[in-house]
Design a protein around this ligand. Structure first.
Ligand code: PGA
Length: 251
């Protein structure tokens, strides 16, 4: 049985006081034990304060990115150890905004995934096709390529702490979510690729979550699909009520 995972990617939003306000409200709603696993990813500057506030709650903390290097002369970068120091258990890697706006390649994403997992961080690995790739019938090729290169040469033992987030680029921040049928089709494909590569036990236990304009209204139907194990939520995670509504829409 795969536990539903609802993760909030705040992107470049919220000051430290705003972060603490939102998380206090959310922690009050979620309580000590949530049937879904709840993860929030505030900006780097608020992680340490968020980590302190969330300790002892059931809400887990993620970063939105991470360096593939452990330490050294890498101006502006943040290491896995630093994230853990700030209280993170999770990191989001390979988000389409990192790929398209900051030129992150599949190779770099693969290095980051390896370093994160080796350091004990759990990883939400994002992938998905653009509108033109979908229109050209390339969705499966794109997703397969991102999976193959992003997970290249990684030991299956490490991948137990990996979650895949299918985020069609055309659905991110557009208000135009994938239909349950569209999403399920790709989630099923991802699971079948995992099965081919790592076996059925691994494929059946790995969570594949959907992201792209998720709201409590559309997620209820998305979550009924057999291969959709949760959501990666952008805009709707910036408000405690709308994020909590997504959590309760499936539990
Ligand atoms: P959105 O963002 O929910 O605002 O579409 C999702 C994401 O980028 O992870």
């Amino acid at each position: 049985m795969r536990k539903i995972l609802i993760a909030g990617n705040w992107k470049m939003h919220k000051s430290i006081p705003e972060t603490l306000e939102l998380l206090s409200l959310l922690a009050g709603k979620v309580g000590a034990a949530s049937p879904a696993e709840v993860v929030v990813a505030p900006p780097f500057t608020a992680l340490s304060a968020a980590g302190k506030l969330l300790s002892g709650t059931s809400i887990l903390l993620a970063a939105q990115n991470m360096s593939q290097n452990p330490e050294g002369a890498f101006t502006g970068e943040i290491s896995a150890a630093m994230l853990m120091d700030a209280g993170c258990q999770w990191v989001i890697l390979g988000h389409s905004e990192r790929r398209s706006l900051y030129d992150e390649t599949n190779g770099v994403i693969c290095q980051k995934i390896k370093v994160a997992l080796e350091n004990g961080l759990k990883v939400i690995f994002c992938l998905g096709e653009t509108a033109s790739q979908r229109a050209g019938g390339k969705t499966q090729d794109v997703v397969r390529g991102q999976m193959e290169l992003g997970l290249r040469n990684l030991d299956v033992g490490l991948l137990a702490s990996l979650v895949i987030a299918y985020e069609p680029v055309w659905a991110i921040g557009t208000g135009k979510n994938a239909t349950p049928h569209q999403a399920q089709e790709v989630h099923r494909f991802i699971r079948s690729e995992l099965e081919k590569k790592y076996g059925s036990e691994f494929a059946e236990s790995t969570r594949i979550i959907y992201g792209g304009s998720v709201t409590s209204e559309n997620f209820q139907n998305l979550s009924l699909e057999p291969d959709i194990d949760g959501a990666l939520v952008g805009g709707a995670s910036l408000d405690a009520d709308s994020f909590y509504d997504i959590i309760t829409s499936v539990t």
